[in-house]
Design a protein around this ligand. Structure first.
Ligand code: NAD
Length: 492
């Protein structure tokens, strides 16, 4: 840990000295009105850096830069874009340790996972780089007297708004396909964790991305975020964040008819039948709620267990939760680090009190944790004896808190699983193949894993139903969002 701490200090020094600047038209710039806000580390609540406090005027400059850069960027070949995006991926890999360390200190998420998240950022660039040459391909459709050629063209400058959880990985997941499609970008990262977005744009330009193709404006959602969604030069908004922010963005973008893509909240069920491999299921359930501090849209925050094995299974989960290492995010053994910010820590602790007052039983955790640095640590928590009507079963807590509910049969399991406003993911554990087909067919969620935790295969569609989102990401789904489809009919 000591060695990691001194490395982190080195990596963070230039942020402490120079602050986190915006980046517009190839230049690091302060906010136009010269104001800043502070970002703190959730480990010890000490300031990490002063951040440029962008507002509507800064967004306007960034959107103009993205508009001016668009024609040239859209005109270069897919092959050239592919090469450039691979160079960005190479540069991310070369600085992966720095990215991971900075991310840990800014978000509180554990090095164990952030080291992989930095490399996944490079993988996202490679994935979309390889698809760039075919992004414009369409098909031909013919009828008597006519040949139709369908092609795709990039939609124009786009806005990308990202949340504070795994901010580096998520930013690459949204920005790489936009660039591969030929769009230019204005990125507004989350105010709680702005550091790695700054590293990312530096890396991209050092790798050769032309100026103005990618611009960065830091600031708050209600100011910079809102201005971005309202700007007439911005043709589409790719957004990852809370469901109610998605609604606000839809309203804000209505006057300029923004195309929107939303990856929103989740309250995802893990459904365990008595015939499942219970040990494996318990490991996966524990991993899916407590890794990344439970600050993960796809976390399995509702545990539905068949009545006959409910006590046995929840005891297993409680025992495993009790053994999880909570600690400094840079300690290589840590699984749960401090939550991102005192405001969020309070929200999670308030939900724990709500769960108690609703009559659920605390089977593990249920308290603050006195971790190194004295920051925003919360013990991995399991509530048992809950019902699906409780707020802890219905609302997204976004922390290391799991709510376990018993069910008596398949019909009841399905009804509880679907009785929620969200539909992002589901995790089904059963050894009955027919039931797996039947159940997953009826489960209302965008992504379902059977007998597995969340293991991503990048070409598959990513996204949710109901309040969990609009649209899908991954492969061609991303290109469909960032591009217009155009048909030309030729008389023959
Ligand atoms: P948030 O909605 O509060 O903020 C997300 C971003 O939106 C931030 O950059 C914020 O500044 C900006 N924003 C806020 N108000 C805005 C407005 N009116 N106009 C424009 N921008 C605005 O979300 P958060 O708390 O940062 O992140 C946690 C949420 O993100 C959780 O709900 C989580 O489930 C969700 N999430 C979803 C996915 C997914 O893929 N479905 C992935 C990660 C996180």
């Amino acid at each position: 840990l000591d060695e990691n701490l001194s490395k982190a200090q080195r990596y963070l020094a230039h942020f402490a000295e120079n602050g986190v600047m915006n980046h517009i038209n190839g230049e690091a710039v302060a906010a136009l009105d010269g104001t800043t806000f502070e970002t703190i580390s959730p480990v010890d609540l000490k300031p990490l850096a002063k951040v440029a406090h962008g507002k509507a005027a800064d967004i306007d400059r960034a959107a103009q830069a993205a508009r001016e850069a668009f024609p040239a960027w859209a005109a270069i070949s897919g092959e050239q874009r592919k090469k450039l995006l691979h160079k960005i991926a190479d540069a991310i890999e070369a600085r992966a340790e720095e990215i991971a360390f900075v991310e840990c200190m800014d978000t509180g998420q554990a090095l164990k996972f952030m080291a992989k998240a930095a490399l996944r950022g490079a993988e996202n660039f490679r994935f979309f780089a390889d698809r760039a040459p075919e992004a414009r391909d369409g098909k031909s459709l013919r009828t008597q007297g006519q040949v139709n050629l369908t092609t795709r063209v990039p939609i124009g400058p786009v806005g990308i708004i990202t949340p504070w959880n795994t901010p580096f990985m998520l930013s690459t997941w949204k920005i790489a396909p936009a660039l591969a499609a030929g769009c230019t970008v204005v990125h507004k990262p989350a105010e709680f964790s702005p550091l790695t977005a700054r590293l990312l744009i530096e890396i991209a330009e050092e790798a050769g991305l032309p100026k103005g193709v990618w611009n960065l404006v830091n600031g708050f959602g209600e100011e910079a975020g809102k201005a971005l969604t309202e700007h007439p030069a911005i043709k589409a908004i790719g957004f990852v964040g809370e469901s109610r922010t998605g609604s606000a963005i839809m309203r804000q973008g209505a006057d300029t008819l923004k195309r929107v893509h939303f990856e929103l909240g989740g309250k995802n069920p893990v459904i365990v039948f008595a015939d499942a491999d219970l040990d494996r299921a318990a490991d996966a359930a524990v991993f899916m709620i407590y890794s990344l501090n439970g600050e993960r849209c796809t976390s399995s925050s509702r545990l539905l267990v068949e009545e006959s094995v409910y006590d046995r299974f929840t005891s297993l989960v409680a025992e495993k939760a009790g053994r999880i290492k909570v600690g400094h995010p840079l300690d290589p053994e840590t699984v749960v680090g401090p939550l991102v910010h005192p405001v969020h820590e309070k929200k999670v602790l308030d939900y724990i009190e709500i769960g108690k007052s609703e009559g659920a039983t605390v089977a593990a955790g249920g308290t603050r944790f006195n971790g190194p640095g004295g920051g925003c640590y919360v013990s991995p928590t399991l509530f048992t004896g809950a019902t699906n009507a409780m707020r802890i079963a219905q609302e997204e807590i976004f922390g290391p808190v799991l709510t376990a509910i018993p069910f008596k049969d398949e019909a009841e399991a399905l009804s509880i699983a679907n009785d929620i406003q969200y539909g992002l993911t589901g995790y089904l554990w059963t050894s009955d193949v027919t039931r797996a087909f039947r159940f997953t067919d009826a489960l209302d969620a965008g992504m379902i894993w059977v007998n597995s935790e969340n293991i991503r295969h990048l070409p598959t569609p990513f996204g949710g139903t109901k309040s969990s989102g609009i649209g899908r990401d991954g492969g061609d789904w991303s290109f469909d969002f960032y591009m217009e489809t155009k048909n030309v009919a030729f008389a023959t």
